[in-house]
Design a protein around this ligand. Sequence first.
Ligand code: BES
Ligand code: MN
Ligand code: ZN
Length: 499
Amino acid sequence: MGEVAVEVKPPDDVEADVLALPAREDGGGAFAHRTPLLDERLTRLLQRLAEDGELRGELGKTLVLHADGDGKARRVAAAGIGRIGELDSDALRTAAASVARATEEVGGTLAWMLDDTLPLPLDEQARAVVEGVLLGSYRPGRWKTGAEEPRPLERIVLCAADDGPLAEVAAQAARVSRWVSWARDLANSPPNELTPAGLATQAAALELANLRTEALDPKRIDELGMGALSAVGRASANGPRLVVLYYEPSQPARTDLTLGLVGKAITFDAGGISLKPALKMEDMKGDMAGGAAVLAGTAAIADLGLPIRVVTVLAAAENLVSGESFRPGDILRAANGKTIEITNTDAEGRLVLADALWYSRGEGATHILDIATLTGAMEFALGDLYGGLFANDDAWRDELLAAGKRSGDHVWPFPLHRRYRRYVDSDYADMKNSSDLQQASPALAAEFLREFSGEGPWAHLDMSGPGFLERSRGDYLTQRGGTGYGVRLIVELARALTR
Ligand code: BES
Ligand code: MN
Ligand code: ZN
């Protein structure tokens, strides 16, 4: 998708290929706003459609009608927003995405009538509509040859009287959405293309003010004693990288704070010697979605110029099988000196994160958030909608839960407890990386990570469910594959930390 321009304009000044009007379910598909475009003919048509039960305002249902040539919009889209009592930003994103898809062959300019009679502030409506349109029209088929491109979407116009602050909100939403789409592209990239080194190249190619990137190669990883990251990456000809980004704005709002973002970036997870079953193994190209989230989230922060220091670490490796593989029974030494007995090579995410968390603290992170597709059980627990959050600090947890609520990247709290530590007690080493008890594997993994999180607030977000979809979620994320989960959350977190 090319760059889509975003504008705010007064309703009677709008020229568009499509004008979308939010239609309410508990008004039988009625619109609150009348526009000159709804002449007698269109109004009668809409009435008949409502009577026939074809226009009901059901959430996510869009009806497109052609207007007569003399109006300023060629088409009107009745965008079902559902029941007003259930309206939230996600509902508007869903409605906007539905309009974008229903009119994807039209492209050009899509106008959306903001509605000040809805129980959602206009700025939240603006943000949700922009995100819904841009994320809803995302297409994952970049690798298809000769695919007919429909006429691209060029412009989103939000119709509202006041254009000052709304225009800025909308413009920022569009920028953030572009970084979300980039994270989706990364997660959807095939693992033969997006190797650990490939990820480092993508990071290095970012050209944003006050942002600097480094990538530690296998030799450097070994020199630093990162025995866990090194072991996981050893079987692959595409060796591991520790990708590190530093965002240092000249005037941070808080000098006592450096946000540490840490992402699991397993570019492909075959499970290693503890090999995964073949079915759906291809989806394990998305096991770097946490890394993509922190990378794109950092880029978004820099792009918006938010006044907060950030250090971001991606633990990138490919978990394969070869004569060089690490094995069950191996005992590794992580960079913080602790020893780990390997009981399952498929529990590799916690291993690479162990060394990345340690590095993040060493580089000055005071408040850490790690994001990872860590456990299958988290997807069982929360499905594709929520990520599960663990934290060693109540205030930090609350900060993240609040950012989740504001962003649309949904987060639900889970318990950390010292008495889960026994799950990773080893007879031979300081800890083991998995347990044969079929219990609480997300909490076990979090307890494991805690050992490497150092001093200070740290939170772990297990995004196994919402990070990579097997099928449409039925809302504004209708495409299989990467979702960009975490990018908007990181932006909201950073915004809160600068206030
Ligand atoms: N990347 C997987 C977790 C995963 C599975 C994420 C399915 C998304 C969808 C992770 O590396 C893994 O294999 N976890 C194992 C750990 C187990 C071997 C202790 C799991 O959760 O089954
Ligand atoms: Mn695994
Ligand atoms: Zn994994």
